[in-house]
Design a protein around this ligand. Structure first.
Ligand SMILES: [Mg+2]
Ligand SMILES: [Zn+2]
Length: 197
């Protein structure tokens, strides 16, 4: 955990650039599993998450996914299988009326020494490069401390959800350092789109 505090992450919207929102995958969009998600059939959306993505899109957000998938580096599944899993995710999202603009993956094992495995900021930096913008103040939603720490590292707006590991993660942060917390991605979408739940 990074004992680092940010100022209020809100920044004025710049019309020149897309309003990005970064989502972790496992435990935020789909149910996580200690045995990893190793096939499209094992990918199950969490209740309300697909509709939440659709609502974010309808409000003008560009939704991108940033996910650690060390199962590739550990040899549990291939990059090809991972691509099939993501095809299934994109298909279900689009069926719900939403769109994921890009999926950024760290496929490396924890001991590989890469710079993209969250909590390191490399994956989020890749997003900034691809979209030609900064993530400063952009909502970055996750269920684990590494998601929050990566968001803090790029001065994004860290948001924790209580799905996946979220309830445990919430307890890991002292109250003074706790990020914004919502019960689910649906509640995050409500907050970001100005709808009251
Ligand atoms: Mg997660
Ligand atoms: Zn990596």
């Amino acid at each position: 955990m990074t004992p680092q505090q940010t100022q209020d992450g809100e920044t004025p919207v710049d019309d020149q650039h897309p309003s990005l929102v970064v989502l972790d995958r496992d435990g935020v969009i789909n149910a996580d599993s200690p045995d990893y998600i190793k096939s499209p059939a094992e990918w199950h959306a969490l209740p309300g998450s697909l509709d939440a993505i659709a609502r974010l899109c309808a409000s003008g957000f560009t939704v991108v996914v940033a996910t650690n998938q060390s199962g590739v580096g550990r040899g549990l599944f291939t990059e090809q299988t991972l691509a099939q899993i993501h095809d299934e995710m994109l298909r279900q999202v689009s069926e719900a009326g939403g769109h994921i603009a890009a999926v950024f993956v760290c496929p490396h094992a924890p001991d590989a020494g890469c710079d993209c495995r969250k909590p390191l900021p490399g994956l989020l930096r890749q997003i900034e490069q691809q979209f030609g913008t900064t993530l400063q103040g952009a909502p970055a939603v996750g269920d684990s401390a590494r998601d929050i720490d990566a968001a803090v590292a790029v001065t994004a707006r860290p948001i924790l959800v209580r799905t996946g590991n979220g309830r445990q993660t919430e307890q890991q942060f002292p109250e003074s350092l706790r990020p914004e917390v919502f019960d689910s991605l649906a509640d995050v979408a409500d907050a970001l789109t100005g709808r009251h739940s």
